[in-house]
Design a protein around this ligand. Structure first.
Ligand SMILES: [Zn+2]
Length: 139
């Protein structure tokens, strides 16, 4: 009696079905292969959208607090609302070498304010101006 060697079967990464073929083959069919490529594409789109959402959230929060006319804000005030200073679209440096971090047309200038021996992180909200020019990270 001829026995099928099941140890050489591959398992499809999409539908889980066992199939014969080269050991590096990951999908049982063209259909499953195209589902896989579609999922990769979707995943990449999700990552892009997550970054875009964060940048828009940053801008929305800066816009809101900019309208209150407050000159400076403690870091926690805006990070609690969802502002993430790790995300920004571009930077600008003033003549003193201070770097402004923008989310589109609104940005922050991080300030270090020493009060009672405690270093407090504060932000100054700034609007993008015509005289500002984004600086590339290299020359
Ligand atoms: Zn499959």
């Amino acid at each position: 009696m001829k026995q099928e060697d099941t140890s050489k079967l591959n398992e499809c990464q999409i539908c889980g079905q066992a199939f014969k073929g080269r050991t590096d083959k990951k999908f049982c069919s063209e259909g499953c292969k195209s589902i896989h490529h579609y999922e990769i594409k979707k995943q990449k789109e999700r990552r892009f959208l997550a970054v875009e959402r964060q940048l828009k959230t940053n801008r929305k929060i800066l816009k809101k607090y900019n309208q209150t006319g407050m000159t400076s804000l403690r870091r926690e005030v805006i990070t609690a609302k969802g502002f993430n200073p790790a995300y920004y679209t571009h930077t600008w440096q003033n003549q003193r070498g201070q770097t402004y971090y923008f989310s589109y047309d609104l940005g922050i200038l991080p300030l270090e304010d020493r009060k009672g021996g405690i270093l407090k992180n504060k932000f100054l909200i700034v609007e993008w101006q015509d005289y500002m020019h984004a600086k590339p990270p290299f020359r």
